[in-house]
Write a new protein. Structure first.
Length: 212
């Protein structure tokens, strides 16, 4: 009976639609739950961070974090291009092209990262971030900003997995990886903050040393 019904669905072209609707519902429910859990963790992080560093330093951190997040969009369109071509290749069952696009994107972004780090190090030596951000922390931000930039560059490459999973119609897996990494990082931050003196660098490690 089941085989007979399957043949009818195939003849009417409905089998693909049923599978597609099932994937959409699965992604929607999974992403909704995981994003909600991620927001809950983010709400827990805010008071923990403020308790660890001063309110003033937290404001400085939000400024730096916003700048780095803004820079995350400047990937030259490689992320979006990868997602589109990856999806197209999978729809044609062309796994060879799909692998080519993935490897090429990783290589290109890795090379860009390797060029950006020494370039930023050179530029950073002429900058005074305390003056640029108009802050008085009692210590120079230059080294901290440089390390944060290195973390940002690693994220720049690792976040390509987001585009790959979305291109494969599995965005809930991307949200799952984010949730697990955020959950583990939360406990890591609690542990680190118990043994180390208040520092923006520790906060930066918590936020940026995650898969993406």
């Amino acid at each position: 009976m089941k085989i007979y019904i399957q043949k009818i669905l195939n003849s009417l072209g409905l089998d693909y639609q049923v599978k597609r609707d099932s994937i959409i519902i699965k992604n929607f429910i999974g992403s909704l739950f995981l994003k909600g859990a991620g927001i809950f963790i983010s709400l827990l992080v805010i008071p923990l961070t403020i308790d660890y560093i001063s309110t003033y330093e937290y404001g400085v951190w939000l400024t730096v974090y916003s700048i780095m997040n803004w820079l995350m969009y400047f990937d030259g369109g490689l992320g979006s291009g990868l997602r589109n071509h990856f999806t197209e290749s999978l729809s044609k069952n062309n796994t060879l092209d799909a692998k080519f696009y993935v490897s090429t994107s990783y290589i290109c972004l890795s090379l860009i990262t390797l060029l950006l780090i020494p370039l930023f190090y050179l530029i950073n030596s002429f900058l005074n971030w305390n003056d640029i951000l108009n802050v008085d922390l009692g210590y120079d931000l230059d080294f901290t900003i440089f390390l944060i930039f290195i973390f940002f560059c690693f994220q720049f490459v690792l976040r390509l997995i987001d585009f790959i999973l979305i291109g494969d119609q599995k965005p809930y897996k991307s949200d799952l990886i984010n949730f697990i990494s955020n959950f583990l990082s939360l406990f890591a931050f609690i542990g680190f903050s118990s043994f180390f003196n208040p520092s923006l660098l520790i906060v930066a490690c918590f936020f940026f040393l995650q898969p993406y």
